[in-house]
Write a protein that binds this ligand. Sequence first.
Ligand code: M6R
Length: 618
Amino acid sequence: MCGIIGYIGKRQALPLLVEGLRRMEYRGYDSAGVAVAMPSGIFTAHAVGMINALDEKLAALSGLAGTLGIGHTRWATHGGVTEQNAHPHADCTGDVWVAHNGIIENYSELKNELTARGHVFRSETDTEVLPHLIEEAARAYPEAGLGEQVRVALQKIIGTYGIVVLDRRAPETLIAARNFSPLLIGIGGGGIGDGEYFVASDASAVLKHTKEVIYLDDGEIAVLTPRGHHVSDLGRNTRTKTSERIEWTDDEVKKDGYAHFMLKEIHGEPEAIENSIRGRIVLEEGGARLGGLADALGVLREAQRILIVGCGTAYHAGRIGEYMLEEYASIPVETDIASEFRYRKPVFRPGDVLLAISQSGETADTLAAVREAKQKGVFTLGIVNVVGSSIARETHAGVYQHIGPEIGVASTKAFTSQVAILALLTLLVGRQRDMSLVTGERIGSELKKIPDLMREILKQERAIKKIAAKYKNAQNFFFLGRKYNLPVALEGALKLKEISYVHAEGCGAGELKHGPIAMIDKHLPSICIVPHDSTYEKMISNMEEIRARKGPIIAIATEGDERVQTIADDVIYIPKTLEMLTPLLSVIPLQLFAYHFGVQHGHDVDKPRNLAKSVTVE
Ligand code: M6R
């Protein structure tokens, strides 16, 4: 989704802004722009397409000196993908410039009012009302300072925003403000300030320069100057903020010789799982110790139901958690897509616990579900990767994934890590209830083996790449699974769709004969997840049904299973593990298949069209 960067300090702003924008490219965007305050006035550049297009424009210019600037990558919501609509946007005078993430819901009404008062708009965006409102505030309160003028403007806004603002007349001030759209302040000078601040919507944009950050909360405005920072709310009350240290290293944001981040992240899954489970399995007790849940143990012991919410891949992980928790922890679980959960009228009951799953911790719908549950008095938990993110801060307790940054838009290591943590949660809650020590020990010891088993599967990458090439011309795919591997089928289809743009449908194999089977013919391959588990015989029957209709079959099967070979056209083997842990293995061939299929179609799999890494709008 859109990315924001801002800089004030002693260094030249422009290269820092462009570098920050590049580091947020993975979030997904369609145009970009910068505005830099120079002694001679404000310099701006906007371009449609990749940051390279913006860089080419900038390269044609020289001597752009200025130590205060803002930049933006835009993911279009209001108005087409054009240079005019790319941020930053200005007021009528060209003095005030704003970059904005979020949506201003009352923009149309504000725009009409501003136009009636003589303001001239140059874009179709909702954002542009902001600089014009600040222009009016500056006229009404010329002595108030930019921070106060921005506050007056924001008081008229209904909607969500993360903004950075600069004004030619205030060359020593950078303003940042947040409402439901993530924003952080990077404290430069190695974390001691030293007259230098960054503003960013994403920590990866500033990591190279500082690891000391302040996360803004909703309704806060920060005034940054070379002399220091001041944070207050819309009611002018000072907010005391403490900085936090980001543990991710800058190296983790690099590709390490892999062609794409997605491939690096798939190959990083064994290590990611090791990091997610390290020190958390207590084998001798057959249980799990999750530091972030230490204060929630009582609530979990008394819990009557767990409501899991998430979007996309995180939702799929949640569905697997539902099977695990119900089967082994004997607690009712309902999993819902966060965007549905928040818009229906969820009926909460005493003893409900809401568990939000989100890699970024910023997904708007998931965050809204957390807020809705909290508002109704429900205890909330999170499984989140990004430390300090909104969901991590707003849930009552939670578990961090510890997998480092996930840059590829198509989520891979975040998924398996979430599933592994759900297995840990199952151990924890299960041992509080009726799970036996032996079962707990078994799950714990099998979970510990998963990283090495994943490494075995990754060795088959070349064979999987060949299979992807064999089916390159297929325009539709089915992904079929049952029980624990139904969500994996959904996830496999999502991966293929998002990076290859061919149609794929994930489906419970039992549902096939209730409709989808009508589609089967020799042109429609089915990827069947058929590990040797409790649903094996049923899956075999479904594969026979497909074969009888001449549908090609790619099977994901357990090592040593020769029967599957007689039915499927292609087989990818995964090692044996506990049934509840098979998703951690069966998903890897699907991720590799999608990756190679997408690459073979010539797509930039790290930045699929129309998609954003972190979906911070509803
Ligand atoms: O950051 P989150 O885990 O909350 O993101 C949720 C989804 O937007 C995300 O999983 C999305 O579906 C991915 N593109 C899937 O690969």
